[in-house]
Design a protein around this ligand. Structure first.
Ligand code: MG
Length: 279
């Protein structure tokens, strides 16, 4: 049998005794309640591990979707569509507001050509948006005429929905592009008929005295893959011209585009963004 050298044995006994000692009460409390004597963090009003720093709200996270069924939104999300009806939505076409006419069946929404864009009644500024969509399986048209729809934050700034699975179009118009401005970083499109997801973090532009003082920014994941990373937005969505900014409210409705193709949507939810240390 092997015995450790006497010096090593002593060191082990001392270490074990130290571990067995109860930690001083103050030190234990700090691990629970935080510190009051640590350095102040740069550009913050809080100390490192500050005992006075407010705790984040507790929420219940959602669940992932499967091809068969949509996941559950986080508990603090504003659910805009979860399979039932078009309550919370209105519609708009060139003539102005109108009754929403998109089809609701089997837990999804489907674009009905000629019934206008779908517009949320609730308005949003800075937000996190989750939306799932599927391009039609019937392949009609090519380029921008195949499975075209889109998610327009503030009814102006479009993340493109398009069948981009083996369907060529200009780069800044394919699925997950900031339409007419930036192509997605990669093409992670699924075939038509399969559910795809956009997870979008949007920072609304700011205006003061009718002047733009801060542009909008998009962070976008398509099917879980990063497409835009806090990308500055050039201006509102425009076709064949450079989009520009025009003043609008701090919160505006979300819009789903009716481009005449029977694109489907499901599991649409939004979380308004709050900052650190806010309730
Ligand atoms: Mg579009």
């Amino acid at each position: 049998m092997h015995f450790p050298a006497q010096g090593t044995l002593l060191a082990l006994v001392v270490a074990a005794a130290a571990l067995a000692q109860p930690r001083p009460a103050e030190q234990k409390d700090r691990s629970v309640y935080g510190y009051t004597d640590t350095p102040v963090l740069p550009n913050q009003r809080w100390r490192v591990h500050d005992a006075a720093r407010p705790h984040p709200r507790v929420i219940v996270p959602g669940t992932q979707s499967t091809p068969e069924r949509p996941g559950r939104p986080p508990s603090d999300a504003i659910v805009l569509f979860h399979g039932q009806d078009l309550s919370g939505w209105t519609a708009r076409d060139k003539q102005g507001p109108r009754e929403p006419g998109w089809k609701v069946e089997n837990g999804y929404l489907e674009v009905v050509p000629g019934t206008g864009h779908l517009v949320s009644q609730e308005k949003f500024g800075d937000c996190q948006l989750h939306v799932e969509w599927a391009a039609p399986t019937e392949l009609r048209g090519a380029g921008q005429m195949r499975g075209n729809s889109g998610v327009l934050l503030m009814s102006r700034y479009e993340i493109q929905a398009l069948d981009s699975h083996g369907n060529q179009t200009y780069a800044d118009g394919q699925a997950a592009s900031i339409y007419g401005q930036f192509p997605p970083l990669v093409n992670a499109s699924r075939p038509p008929g399969q559910w795809q997801s956009f997870d979008i973090v949007f920072e609304a532009p700011r205006f003061a005295d009718s002047q733009l003082v801060k542009p909008a920014y998009f962070t976008v994941f398509h099917n879980g893959v990063l497409m835009h990373h806090r990308q500055e937005v050039v201006g509102r969505m425009a076709h064949a011209q450079v989009g520009t900014y025009a003043p609008h409210g701090p919160e505006e409705p979300l819009m789903l585009q009716n481009h005449g193709d029977r694109v489907r949507y499901r599991n649409i939810w939004v979380r308004k963004l709050t900052g650190y240390d806010q309730p």
